[in-house]
Design a protein around this ligand. Sequence first.
Ligand SMILES: Cc1cc2nc3c(=O)[nH]c(=O)nc-3n(C[C@H](O)[C@H](O)[C@H](O)COP(=O)(O)O)c2cc1C
Length: 273
Amino acid sequence: MSVGAESVARNSTKSNLKPGESAAKVGDLRNPHADGAKRGRADSFTGGAACHHRTSGAHIRDAMASVMLDNEQGHTPASSRNEARQMIRILGISGSLRAQSYNTALLRAAQSEADAQIRLDIATLHGIPLYDADLEAREGLPAAVVALREQVMASDGLILATPEYNNGIPGVFKNAIDWLSRPANDIPAVFGNRPVAVLGASAGGFGTVLAQNDWLPVLKTLGTRHYSGGRLLVARAGQVFDAQGELTDAGMRTRLKEFVGGFAAFVEGLRAG
Ligand SMILES: Cc1cc2nc3c(=O)[nH]c(=O)nc-3n(C[C@H](O)[C@H](O)[C@H](O)COP(=O)(O)O)c2cc1C
């Protein structure tokens, strides 16, 4: 199993991406997909040797340097080329800021259930301010948004772990995705054709079914490839997680493993097709 470090978007009022700047500009350095290249090839840049504790931008730059070194030496070992091709990089985004969040805990359980060729990193939404068009016009994207955007663009697919508030998407989560949809010209580079799965845990008896349904028009608008091969609804979360946030329900662990495996196969299928 390959376990990624949980990364928390950094809090900052400084902006890195100004209105009008596009992914192509930032992505030239940070994003192998920015030129519209087919998704799922990022690992040919990273060589599967990325450090999970740094931002994707940093490890992609390092990995590119390593690829250049290989080229200078005139070869890349076949084994590492194969490894790189097989690795599937999934970013799980937790829609809850709560330290004891069931949804973040669900992503941690997914990490531990994921097969060896899946690298699942977890991002949370700490530090992302409320969307404010005036702030965007003045300063561009906040640093926490840029950091999350880089993680999204470096992934082969996303898992959104959504809580449910008042039978819908929590504002905190929708707000973050709204930021990621700016500037609108970059939506194809950030979201277009990106495989996305939605799962969720709630205290109530319906396991986020209504929040999950609410994501469908949003994801459709952003042009993602929605994974509909399975559904994971964790109801009465207080009964399936222990006080330490460990998913103790064996049946649910099995279902989670199947869900993540199914999504990874979906990502791989899109990559191959
Ligand atoms: C404002 C608010 C609204 C909520 N609405 C729902 C709801 O509609 N359905 C539900 O099952 N749980 C609801 N809950 C309870 C959440 O399922 C519970 O707080 C859960 O722990 C949130 O996810 P988290 O543990 O990842 O933070 C609500 C909680 C809050 C704070």
